[in-house]
Ligand binder design. Structure first.
Ligand SMILES: C[S@@+](CC[C@H](N)C(=O)[O-])C[C@H]1O[C@@H](n2cnc3c(N)ncnc32)[C@H](O)[C@@H]1O
Length: 433
């Protein structure tokens, strides 16, 4: 096999890129395109996601076993070794098959001189795995494969739930769909899915939601092209309801791309929606999504913190600020967040969120409502953010968030995995004299 067709070799190259800062999504998309066989693609996906998920455990394990670190140009071999350990410890492959295929991948990578090292190291791991796993388990950071700063933040923000958040971050997420009620009733779509052999569950938590077993190619489900449904976690599906929409309202979705919540807003009520995003490269996806679902919005590229560049001066009755955040609530879907996020990103993100809130507040009509959302579980971005905002704005009145989630200041917080949903925060403020 060559690196071009060996899923392990491709996964090692891609994982080395992710460890060096590339996004997992981009690395997976680039690499997956090189494989034809769906089984190879599935293996590549499993290796790459598990590799990213458990990197911070097995990278430490390797450092303890290697006499000296591999050179930078052999980062693919380092990643291959991490993948070897991941196959042995988390993917349930047989020891013999995992070692043999990993050794073989050194040849696919055209680095056969490493075959001996890879073989010796993985075999040594098998002899010493119990003691080595016990040492890794003794420390919360290596036990859960999370950066130490994040373990510390979770322990301080959610002392009683930190362990379960760490565990949920490493567990697979179910696939949530949002049924487009303008195109089909949820109950009818359940029947259509069942007719094609796809079982779905109707959760209490969200009126348009369905839950499927994970890992399906949604494009192959019935009604995709007709816009019957979108992929969206149940927690994100609360935004439209919390906006308390009425027909005819002017609504701003200030950080809209790729348009998941914009689409839900438009499926829910006949409103005039401005869908804004700073990143113009993300807008074609937003257009594509709205088009497939049969929805229309005034889509604009612009910085929500600088309204004079894009605002027509007419107040909005509703504003959704789905703010850029640490994404610490969606680590189970994007495990590379554990590798890429740094402790000092959090104050920088919190400052951006505060700037966005302050810039958008004057655009809200009297009596209007602003819903603030993040897919973060950190208080600095959530409860403290809304608390500080209310202190800066005497005309901001907090409204209780009608969700059976954890109270977080005046907002509500779902912790990762609770009710099967992502970690998510909502705060609601209304403008009064
Ligand atoms: C959490 S994502 C939004 C997801 C989207 N609401 C959805 O449901 O599909 C955050 C978005 O904020 C955008 N963004 C970041 N800073 C912004 C700013 N200053 N003004 C407008 N958009 C911004 C990013 O480009 C990104 O698309």
């Amino acid at each position: 096999m060559s690196a071009k067709t060996d899923p392990r070799a491709l996964a090692a190259q891609a994982l080395a890129g992710v460890a060096a800062g590339q996004s997992l999504r981009a690395a997976f998309a680039d690499t997956c395109a090189k494989l034809r066989d769906p089984r190879d693609r599935a293996l590549l996906s499993a290796l790459l996601h598990e590799g990213a998920r458990w990197w911070l455990r097995f990278d430490v394990a390797l450092d303890a076993m290697l006499e000296r670190p591999l050179r930078e140009r052999d980062a693919d071999i380092h990643a291959l070794l991490v993948l070897g350990l991941v196959q042995l410890e988390t993917m349930g492959l047989s020891d013999y098959a995992a070692v043999a295929a990993t050794v073989e991948a050194t040849r696919s990578l055209r680095k056969p001189s490493f075959a001996g090292l890879v073989n010796a190291l993985l075999r040594r791991w098998l002899r010493e795995r119990e003691a080595r796993n016990a040492a890794l388990d003794a420390d919360a950071a290596t036990r859960s494969a999370h950066p130490r700063w994040l373990v510390g933040k979770l322990l301080s923000d959610w002392p009683e739930q930190a362990e379960s958040i760490l565990a949920a971050n490493n567990a697979p997420a179910r696939l949530w769909l949002r049924v487009n009620r303008r195109r089909i009733a949820r109950a009818d779509f359940v029947v259509q899915l069942a007719a094609t052999g796809v079982e779905s569950r109707v959760p209490d938590a969200a009126p348009d939601a369905l839950i499927l077993d994970a890992s399906r190619d949604v494009i192959t489900l019935p009604g995709y092209a007709q816009g019957f449904f979108s992929v969206q976690d149940g927690a994100a599906q609360q935004a439209a309801m919390l906006l308390d929409l009425r027909g005819g309202q002017r609504v701003l979705d200030a950080c809209a791309a790729p348009g998941g919540k914009s689409a839900h807003i438009l499926e829910t009520a006949d409103v005039a929606l401005t869908a804004l995003d700073k990143d113009a490269r993300r807008l074609p996806r937003l257009h594509e999504n709205l088009g497939r679902l049969g929805l229309t919005a005034d889509v604009r590229a612009g910085d929500a913190a600088v309204p004079r560049d894009w605002w027509d001066g007419k107040p909005y009755e509703r504003i959704l600020l789905d703010a850029p955040c640490s994404a610490t609530g969606i680590i189970r879907r994007q495990p590379d967040v554990k590798l890429h996020r740094r402790a000092d990103d959090i104050p920088a993100l919190a400052a951006t969120q505060a700037r966005l809130l302050d810039a958008l507040w004057p655009l809200l009509a009297r009596g209007g409502r602003l819903v603030y959302a993040t897919c973060s579980v950190l208080a600095d971005e959530n409860a403290r953010q809304i608390g500080a905002f209310r202190e800066r704005h005497a005309d901001a009145r907090a409204v209780a968030v009608p969700l059976a989630w954890h109270a977080a200041g005046t907002g509500a917080q779902n912790l990762t995995g609770e009710s099967g949903m992502d970690g998510f925060f909502y705060g609601i403020v209304e403008k009064h004299n």
